[in-house]
Design a protein around this ligand. Structure first.
Ligand SMILES: Nc1ncnc2c1ncn2[C@@H]1O[C@H](COP(=O)(O)OP(=O)(O)O)[C@@H](O)[C@H]1O
Ligand SMILES: CC(C)(COP(=O)(O)O)[C@@H](O)C(=O)NCCC(=O)O
Length: 307
């Protein structure tokens, strides 16, 4: 069966024409925020792709608020403010967290009176010590390496409107979870949840994390390009490790650079690529929206699920 049959496909120019963004002026402050997030993000992409996407998300959000009100009236309940949750999935290093942060800047611009928060599911990985104990350190990122029960409980608490919910965090530099640095989510209007596993069915649970999503986005690209982006990011991690003995990559940064890159290439080939092929890519067509990227992270087409 054609896995694309329930999607409509839009080319870049066509997508841009749905919402000619000459009408939205990004302030210098917005541009500075975007550039400080990642100075390689193309502002043309922001105008052509992400602003129309934000407009679409805004329309979905308005419908959601309306539905919350209708439902409460029907059930004779008080209208509660329930966070709207946007999920972002895709391979390691495809650019999920960059897009998540960009969307949060743009949502703040378009909906200044709404509070937007951001979290990543990396924090729900088991600590390295536990992965070692189970003999699965080389399976980091695979479904069994996450505490999915804890993640589902987190999603449930947020959707139930609990006011202060803590999420554990992860550091790429330390290469481990940071139990002392939880992220506090305090009843946002919109929560963006980003992670490779956000559209997966946990192996030992019956609930999908995405059951809590009001919109889901899958970021897609050719695995060969993603490998390139993975190695570029590795290069940046290596550069910043040089002066920091606590950094996981410190010893690699002191040795020959080619050796470090050989190691990173091997990690991509033996861990992240098989994870993409076996567990992440098969979740692609659960997403409402698929963003397809080509060279230099440029989005060349977008798919919208019908209905
Ligand atoms: N739009 C973009 N333009 C340029 N570089 C990008 C863009 N998005 C991501 N990157 C770079 O690609 C690499 C992977 O991005 P990241 O957001 O860390 O991916 P993920 O969260 O999916 O692992 C990083 O080095 C990041 O700076
Ligand atoms: C922590 C991660 C699973 C999360 O992925 P990301 O935030 O990069 O999308 C990944 O970065 C990772 O560490 N994978 C294990 C193999 C590796 O070192 O790349």
């Amino acid at each position: 069966m054609d896995e694309w049959m329930n999607y409509e496909r839009f080319e870049r120019q066509q997508w841009h024409n749905f919402f000619p963004t000459d009408t939205v002026r990004l302030s210098q402050e917005n541009l500075d925020d975007i550039k400080s997030l990642n100075d390689r993000i193309s502002i043309e992409d922001v105008q052509d792709i992400y602003l129309p996407l934000i407009k679409l998300l805004q329309l979905r959000y308005q419908t959601y608020l309306e539905w919350q009100m209708q439902k409460a009236n029907f059930l004779h309940q008080k209208v509660e403010r329930v966070p709207y949750i946007i999920g972002i999935a895709g391979s390691v290093a495809v650019g999920k967290s960059t897009i998540a942060r960009l969307l949060s800047i743009l949502l703040n611009k378009l909906l200044p009176d709404k509070r937007v928060e951001l979290m990543t599911t990396d924090g729900f990985l088991f600590p390295n010590a536990e992965l070692k104990r189970q003999g699965i350190l080389d399976r980091k990122g695979f479904p069994e390496s996450y505490d999915m029960e804890k993640l589902l409980q987190f999603m449930n608490d947020v959707k139930a409107g609990k006011s202060v919910v803590k999420a554990p965090t992860y550091s790429h530099q330390v290469y481990d979870v940071m139990p002392d640095r939880p992220l506090v989510i305090d009843h946002p209007d919109i929560l963006i949840v980003e992670g490779i596993n956000t559209l997966q069915l946990p192996s030992n649970q019956q609930i999908y994390v995405s059951d809590y999503f009001d919109t889901s986005i899958y970021v897609d690209a050719d695995p060969q390009l993603i490998e390139e982006w993975y190695l570029q990011r590795f290069g940046m991690l290596l550069n910043s490790a040089f002066t920091d003995p606590d950094n996981y990559y410190y010893s690699y940064s002191k040795g020959p650079r080619e050796r470090a890159f050989e190691m990173a290439k091997k990690v991509w080939q033996t861990i992240d690529l098989p994870n993409l092929t076996e567990y992440i890519l098969p979740t692609r067509n659960r997403a409402n929206i698929i963003l397809h990227k080509t060279n230099n992270h440029v989005v060349d087409r977008i798919y919208l699920k019908r209905g």
